[in-house]
Design a protein around this ligand. Sequence first.
Ligand code: PMP
Length: 295
Amino acid sequence: FDQREGHIWVDGRMVPWADAKIHVLSHGLHYGSSVFEGERAYGGQIFKCTEHSQRLRRSAELLDFEVPFTVAEIDAAKQLVLKESGLQDAYLRPVAWRGSEMMGVSAQANTIHLAIAAWEWPSYFDPATKMKGIRLDLAEYRRPDPRTAPSASKAAGLYMICTISKHRAENKGYADALMLDWEDNVAECTGANVFFIQDGVIHTPQADRFLNGITRQTVIELAKRRGYEVVERRIRLEELAGFTECFITGSAAEVTPVSEIAQYRFTPAAMTKTLMDDYTAEVQPKAKAARNNAA
Ligand code: PMP
């Protein structure tokens, strides 16, 4: 992945992809003082660009460091990276971390860096294949108590247990793993939020103890626009037996139906399909512009 063509924006400069390196004694690498974003561009426009830039800065603040670029500067840098990539549809990855001046738990004076890369990351499946749903394992690790970790931050350190959980799930033949919280409520997947449907009502875990995804918020808005009832609440694992549909949401995952979580089975149906289609329409700049003009 580190030997591609193209450029990566690093601390305000475009650097050839293969030369965008950091020192091995970077604090971000040793102590996890790093935050990142994951976002997509559709038809040359970054979806909810400013929201992602704001979240990046907020994620860093929760780790007590400041990204040395304003939201407007981050937005502009992302636009530049997208333009230079020549891609219309792309995935963008901004990452900010503490540098290498001091080594130790404390590194208050270390320079904060910001890099932004963009690459092609297509939606893997065509809609028909997607509607079959993916299979999820149940992770052993729990999402941490907000008193244990800054759980609202998109911090690299919070992904340590996600990677372990996802690898273990993949090794058992699953696509991903569902994670519970420390009180055994349903929380989220390793890189996406989760929704369930029962009798025409949408249920999703209350996002006060894990990342309140931008896609999650968008899908809730789209569901409400359709007149669907959305209930945000604590959900126990045993309740999964009563839900008929399930899907996950994320900037990378978009809206992806789920057919199976551990012993529980779901059949992706009309409401999931409607939200999948509404999300696809919402992210397309042309469709959105046309709708706004019609409104
Ligand atoms: N939870 C986790 C752990 C994630 O990594 C992501 C992806 N950023 C999400 C939820 C969904 O967030 P978003 O919709 O903002 O991409």
